[in-house]
Ligand binder design. Structure first.
Ligand code: TTP
Length: 201
């Protein structure tokens, strides 16, 4: 994978998961988190919420890095039309896990790739369905006693200890972790930001 530019991709995110998903593709990054209000506007659909927040994060950083490609993203968990944010205390984590237990929910990630100077910007949203097993009270209390739920949408990490709760995933696993890698790479290629370089034989 090769950048078509002298500038690195700027990741407008403080999420270590997003950074990891991109660096494992061999992409060189600058990390510049965006400070934007993440409160969703009332009445917006989940797709509109994640697209708006991803665009806000990317645009904020595009103002500071006008010569570079910038990527912003946002992930939410939605159960029965209700957005579950990041739990702030064990009580909230317990009620989120009770709500997800034995049922199917959706994870939406919106992402924006943009370049200020070139006047280019693409925003997409991807949905993944996640099926949880029925959780016992003991399992919920054990999991909320770990560090994991607190900086994650919906209060769990599919890539960590939370995997024990996940029976089935329909769609992109990486999308649940915070970035749909397949679609993001496709977008970077379509914008001419990166290209796949063949090995010399
Ligand atoms: C459902 C789920 C979410 N998450 C994480 C991904 C995101 O980091 C987080 C959702 O919060 P976001 O607001 O999308 O991202 P963030 O606050 O971590 O970073 P930034 O706003 O700076 O980009 O939840 C997991 O890591 N694993 C999971 O299984």
């Amino acid at each position: 994978m090769k950048w078509m530019d002298e500038h690195r991709l700027v990741l407008a995110s403080r999420s270590p998961r997003r950074r990891h998903l991109l660096t494992q593709m061999g992409l060189d990054l600058e990390i510049l988190p965006a400070d934007v209000d993440e409160t969703p506007a009332p009445g917006l659909s989940p797709v509109a919420v994640v697209k708006t927040l991803a665009e806000n994060k990317a645009c904020h950083v595009m103002q500071q890095r006008r010569q570079a490609w910038v990527l912003g993203a946002d992930t939410i968990v939605v159960k029965d039309g209700r957005i579950l944010g990041k739990p702030e205390n064990p009580g909230q984590a317990v009620s989120m896990l009770e709500c997800l237990s034995g049922a199917t929910h959706s994870v939406f990630t919106g992402y924006t790739v943009g370049h200020h100077t070139r006047g280019k910007m693409i925003t997409c949203a991807i949905e993944t369905s996640v099926v949880f097993k029925a959780l016992t009270k003991q399992e919920i209390l054990w999991y909320t006693g770990t560090h994991e739920p607190y900086d994650k949408a919906g209060g769990y990490a599919v890539q960590g200890l939370g995997a024990f709760m996940v029976k089935e995933i329909r769609g992109s696993w990486a999308n649940v972790v915070g970035l749909p890698v397949c679609e993001v790479i496709q977008t970077l290629v379509s914008l001419g930001a990166i290209q796949f370089q063949g090995q010399k034989s």
